[in-house]
Design a protein around this ligand. Structure first.
Ligand code: ADP
Ligand code: MG
Length: 386
C-alpha cells in the first residue's frame, strides 16, 4: 500500500512536471552604458518576444525572437527574482534545479546571479535571494525539517577548483589553494554527490551564505589573477544541497545549481594564441557541450551528451530527467555587440521550449490544480495509514 501510494504520488509529480515544461528561457537586456550609442533592441513585447535590428542595415526588417519572458533594461533584480521564485519552492519539494546565466562578457550575467555583493546588500542577485527563500521556506514549513549545505567551485580549462576551501595562515590571511583540482563523480540518483571532495558548508542563515559568497567571489578573483586569466573565462557554480525530512520520516534530497557561465563571445583571431588559444578552445568546448545537452533536452532526444565536458558532467543531475532548468540569455544592447547578441538569442531560442505557449497556460493551471489536489489527498491518505 505505502509503496504503491508513493509510486502514484511520484507519477503525479511527473505529470505536473511535464505540464509545466522543464526548460524555461528568459532573456534579460541590460541598460545602455552610453546613452548616445545605437541600440539594437527595437521592441520588447510583454509576451516574451523581442525584435533586434541590425545597426548596419537599419532599413531592413528586424529579427524576432520568442522566449518565456523578456526583461528589459529597467527590470529590477526583484522583478527578475519574482519569476524565478517558484523554482526555489521546487527545490524545497525535492526537485533538482539548475539556473544558468548565459551571454557575452559584460552583458550582465554576474549582475543577475550575484548582484553587487560588496555594498549594502541592496540589489543582490538570484543567488542570495534564492538562499534567503530557502531559509524562509524551511522556517515556515513545520512538516519538514531541512538541512542546507553549499559548495562553490570554478571550472577553468576543464579543471574544477574549490572556491570555498580555505586554509588559515600565520598572518591570519585566508589562503586559497587554487592548485588542487577536484574529480567529478557521476551520480545517477538525485542525492548522489557529484563533487564529493569539494568542501561542504552547512549554512543556517542568509548571513552565513553571504559570507561564503563573498569569500567565493574573492577567491574567484584571486584565482583569475593567479592563473593570469579574466574571471569571464571561467564558469562559477554555487550548489545548494537541500535535505528534507518530513513528519512521515520520508526524506528528500535535492540540489540547486546556480551557474555564472564564462562569456559566450567568439574570440578575436588576433587574441587567440598560446594560453589564450587553449582557454578559448576549452570555453568553446564546454559551452558548445552545454548547448548540445540543452538542445538535445529541448528536442527530447533519447541520447543526451552529458559526458563531453566537466560543466555538463557536474550539472547532469539537474539537467534533464525530472529536473527543472532556467536559463537567462543576457544581451548587451549596444550596436557593436550585435553579432554576439544574435548568437546568444539564436542559441537561447534553440534551447527554449516556448511551443507550450501562453494559450495552454490557463488549461494547464487548472489541470495542475487538480493534480495537486489529488496529490494532497494521497498524502493525507498516507498520513492516516501511518
Ligand atoms: P558579465 O558577468 O556578463 O560579464 P556583469 O554582470 O559584470 O557582466 O555586467 C557588466 C556591467 O554592467 C557591470 O558593471 C554591471 O554592474 C552592469 N550591469 C549589468 N546588468 C545590469 C542591470 N540590469 N542593471 C544595471 N547595471 C547592470
Ligand atoms: Mg561576470
Amino acid at each position: 500500500g505505502y509503496h504503491q501510494a508513493v509510486k502514484e504520488n511520484r507519477h503525479l509529480y511527473n505529470i505536473l512536471q511535464e505540464l509545466r515544461g522543464n526548460i524555461r528561457v528568459f532573456c534579460r537586456i541590460r541598460p545602455m552604458f552610453n546613452e548616445e550609442a545605437k541600440c539594437t533592441i527595437d521592441y520588447i513585447g510583454s509576451d516574451g518576444s523581442l525584435m533586434v535590428i541590425d545597426p548596419a542595415k537599419p532599413q531592413n526588417a528586424g529579427k524576432i525572437f520568442q522566449f518565456n519572458k523578456v526583461f528589459g533594461p529597467t527590470a529590477t533584480q526583484d522583478e527578475v527574482y519574482r519569476d524565478t521564485q517558484d523554482l526555489i519552492r521546487s527545490v524545497m519539494d525535492g526537485y533538482n534545479v539548475c539556473i544558468l546565466a548565459y551571454g557575452q562578457t559584460g552583458s550582465g550575467k554576474t549582475h543577475t546571479m550575484c548582484g553587487p555583493l560588496n555594498r549594502s546588500n541592496k540589489d543582490t542577485g538570484i543567488n542570495y535571494m534564492a538562499l534567503n527563500d530557502v531559509f524562509q521556506i524551511s522556517s515556515i514549513r513545520k512538516d519538514v525539517t531541512y538541512e542546507i549545505c553549499v559548495q562553490m567551485v570554478v571550472i577553468y580549462n576543464e579543471q574544477v577548483h574549490d572556491l570555498l576551501q580555505i586554509f588559515g595562515s600565520l598572518t591570519g590571511l585566508l589562503i586559497f589553494n587554487y592548485k588542487s583540482t577536484l574529480e567529478i563523480r557521476s551520480c545517477s540518483s538525485n542525492g548522489g554527490l557529484s563533487l564529493p571532495d569539494a568542501s561542504m558548508h552547512l549554512v543556517q542563515s542568509s548571513a552565513d551564505v553571504l559570507d561564503l559568497m563573498k569569500l567565493g567571489e574573492k577567491n574567484r578573483a584571486f584565482f583569475s589573477t593567479a592563473m593570469n586569466h579574466r574571471s569571464s573565462r571561467s564558469h562559477s557554480v554555487l550548489t545548494v544541497h537541500v535535505h528534507g525530512k518530513d513528519i512521515l520520516d520520508s526524506t528528500t534530497c535535492s540540489c540547486l545549481h546556480l551557474v555564472d557561465l564564462a562569456g559566450s563571445e567568439r574570440m578575436d583571431k588576433s587574441e587567440t594564441t598560446g594560453d589564450r588559444l587553449n582557454e578559448a578552445q576549452h570555453i568553446n568546448k564546454s559551452l558548445s557541450c552545454l548547448e548540445d545537452v540543452i538542445t538535445a533536452l529541448a528536442q527530447k532526444n533519447p541520447h543526451i551528451p552529458y559526458g563531453t565536458s566537466k560543466l555538463t558532467q557536474l550539472l547532469q543531475n539537474s539537467l534533464g530527467g525530472n529536473a527543472k532548468m532556467l536559463m537567462f540569455a543576457h544581451v548587451s544592447p549596444e550596436a557593436d555587440s550585435y553579432r554576439e547578441t544574435i548568437n546568444t538569442l539564436k542559441f537561447a531560442q534553440r534551447a527554449s521550449t516556448v511551443e507550450l505557449g501562453a494559450a495552454h497556460l490557463n488549461k494547464e493551471s487548472s489541470e495542475i490544480r487538480e493534480l495537486k489536489e489529488q496529490r494532497d489527498s494521497l498524502k493525507m491518505a498516507l498520513a492516516i495509514k501511518e
